[in-house]
Ligand binder design. Structure first.
Ligand SMILES: [Zn+2]
Length: 369
């Protein structure tokens, strides 16, 4: 069964449908939209809060070379902010992403700082996730992307971090298709069991202690600026192409070869998940695409077989896996993230506790808006 409004279907195992055949995910998305997407008034008060006179930079903008973060950098500059563009190099940049980052920062005259993750440990982390048999293989990338931004912000004395996350094109995501991104304990347990017994000490892991420090002592804020702006992906793409010579990717999140391979090969083949269903559903709910157009897109292969094959060879070689090893891992039993240690129950208890004491504004351990 497929939702009558969006294009999610029963491949999202926890999906529920109402009497009109509409799913819980798009209903929930639309219910929350007005409280998440902000108006101009909120934007201007946010921008005036971020502006820091006399500082070299007033914010960090995380850039991947992808559409969302490139447009974010352009908008930040247009709003009169003085951003430092920070790129986290996980080792998986596609050639287009490098060229996009260089082009846009040069044309906007924004300084670029690149933070390179320790490849041997990050590789072990990614292989550990593959071996563990869990679904969210992008967890380490998302985790270290954010944690490195926090680290650079602290090193440079900058309080505000702007990232390209946005409700418009990413707001719909079935719970069973990702794992809670704040669950550092889960990641470290997977690494300990399938990667290495010694901790990943060369990676800037966002431990509970560090989070407490960044959020409550440094008061660093991670802001999803695109939620404060009218954001139409197609218009944004045309603006970037026409103004900056930005180059388009063959698929969403094509800026990383690993992500591309994960979305187009591992997720569908191993977990029966076509992640495009979630991305397209968000756009349908915002009238940026019709449901019929989305269904047509789902029918077509959005990445050609040749590129997929070359991505596969590249990914296996870089991760140090043979084809046989990889095929065995793809066929091994799937495991839940909850088969490993998790800090979610600890966090829930902590949040309930500080809420009771009315201390949630001072003792935060999660920090997103
Ligand atoms: Zn739906």
């Amino acid at each position: 069964m497929e939702c009558k409004r969006c294009v999610l279907d029963e491949s999202a195992k926890d999906i529920r449908f109402d009497e009109n055949g509409v799913c819980n995910y798009c209903t929930d998305y639309l219910d929350k939209r007005d409280s998440i997407l902000q108006n101009f008034e909120a934007l201007f008060s946010l921008v005036s809060r971020i502006r820091t006179p006399n500082a070299s930079y007033d914010c960090i903008v995380g850039v991947s070379g992808g559409l969302d973060s490139s447009f974010l950098l352009y908008k930040a500059k247009e709003l009169g902010l003085r951003p430092l563009a920070v790129h986290i190099d996980t080792g998986w940049n596609s050639a287009i992403s490098v060229s996009n980052i260089e082009t846009i920062t040069a044309k906007l005259q924004v300084d670029l700082h690149t933070f390179v993750l320790d490849w041997p440990q990050f590789r072990k982390m990614q292989v550990a996730y593959l071996r563990a048999g869990v679904l969210d293989l992008e967890f380490p990338t998302d985790h270290y992307y954010l944690s490195a931004l926090y680290k650079v912000a602290a090193d440079k004395g900058i309080r505000f971090i702007l990232t390209g996350n946005n409700y418009t094109s990413e707001g719909i995501m079935p719970d069973c298709w990702i794992h809670n991104k704040g669950d550092t304990r889960n990641m470290l347990d997977i690494y300990r069991k399938y990667g290495n017994t010694s901790p990943p000490d060369k990676l800037p892991t966002l431990t509970l202690f560090k989070r407490f420090y960044y959020y409550n002592i440094r008061k660093t804020e991670n802001i999803f600026l695109l939620n404060y702006l009218p954001y139409n992906r197609e218009d944004a793409k045309q603006t970037l192409i026409n103004t900056f010579g930005w180059k388009e990717y063959p698929v969403k999140h094509g800026e990383s070869v690993f992500t591309r391979f994960y979305h187009r090969y591992i997720l569908p083949k191993r977990f029966g998940v076509d992640i495009r269903r979630a991305h397209l559903s968000s756009l349908i709910c915002n009238a940026q695409l019709s449901r019929n157009e989305a269904l047509e897109l789902l029918k077509t292969e959005s990445i050609d077989a040749e590129l997929l094959q070359s991505d596969k060879e590249y990914v296996l070689k870089k991760l140090g896996l043979t084809l046989t090893e990889f095929e065995e891992l793809m066929a091994a039993p799937v495991r839940s993230h909850f088969d490993f240690r998790s800090e979610i129950p600890i966090k829930r208890a902590y949040n309930t506790f500080i809420k009771k004491l009315r201390l949630q504004s001072f003792l935060k351990i999660s920090n997103r808006h």
